[in-house]
Design a binder for this molecule. Sequence first.
Ligand SMILES: *Cc1c(COP(=O)(O)O)cnc(C)c1O
Length: 394
Amino acid sequence: MKPENDLERYGLDTQCVLAGRDPHANHGFINTPIVRGSTVLFETVEKLQSGKQSYVYATKGTPTVRALEEAWTQISGAAGTVLAPSGLAAIGLALQAFTKAGDHVLVVDSIYRPARNFCEGILKKYGVEIEYFDPLAPLEAIERLFRPNTSVVFLEAPGSQSFEVCDVPGIASLARRHGAISLLDNTWATPILFPPHERGVDVAIEAGTKYLGGHSDLLLGLISANAATFPALRQTFDMWAIPPGPEDAFLAMRGLRTMPLRLREAEKRALDMAHWFQSRPEVSRILHPAFPDCPGHEIWKRDFLGSSGLFSIILKPASKAAVAAMLDGLKLFGMGFSWAGFESLVTPFDCASYRTVTQWKPEGPALRFQIGLEDMDDLKRDLDEGFQRLRATG
Ligand SMILES: *Cc1c(COP(=O)(O)O)cnc(C)c1O
């Protein structure tokens, strides 16, 4: 086997198998090893001063971290990637790289809530004005929000609780026309289901904690950028010096090999479960981009190559106690944040507590589901018993 430098000619599954490794540079071992370290030695004064040695200090890169950066650049169709120790750290780093005091930033109202907290708690403190907009607003209305000092438009599609799909390519091209950078949280779709840069996005964030890791055992963030934006991103990263640990980068690379396979299975299971929910009398609506009544479904069909394993449902009106009785007694669905691991999860949520420009008034309680790799029949039985508790409590 020869080191493969030209991965472009292969499909994405093959690229996920080959990217970021070079067995014959590692004594024939298939995987790039975990390299721990801080100091990197130089043999001569000349090498130390030349700035040309591949590695200079571990905050700026190790073989483990760089292999993952290169692999992600390949999979994302980007010019370059930097890594961060969590998805949220990646969001903060990217926002900081492209904003300064006096700027105006447009943020989709359905953005991941902790990202909103970063905008409110940190960007505002440094003199950046934040304005939210409706993910489903027509492009003309969104275009009117741009100002001469708009530096970033921050998107997420679909919203990771409510699943509206905004027009990412349309908004990214508005941003370009108005001299702003488009930034996308692409965690739900990953580059496998939504190739961000091909769709016109400048900078894309992935919480590697989710599908890339895939086993609920690591935290990681990745930021891929096109050629125009990568230098500024890298410069900000170098000033911060917050790389992930080498074990986490290694585990993420291990996850990459099976990510397309796991995504296909996640899609199948989530759709199966969403259709099952649709047949239940306790359920009012399904919020899943592949369902025709999900807001933004047509855009999803146009832009995405599939759906992943996370979606929500709206129950028919039920008391808090009834929902608690249903969820507290579940045996296979854990309650907790994060998702995209091998195990099933459920969380109750209420977008009304933080959104500012869109209404969130569902007819009943809202639940978000991550469907894991348990037997589907076992999962449905667990939920069926949950629905019985819901009905019994009233
Ligand atoms: C989980 C998540 C993040 C943050 O990732 P962490 O690694 O948990 O910080 C960002 N965006 C979305 C959509 C997420 O689901």
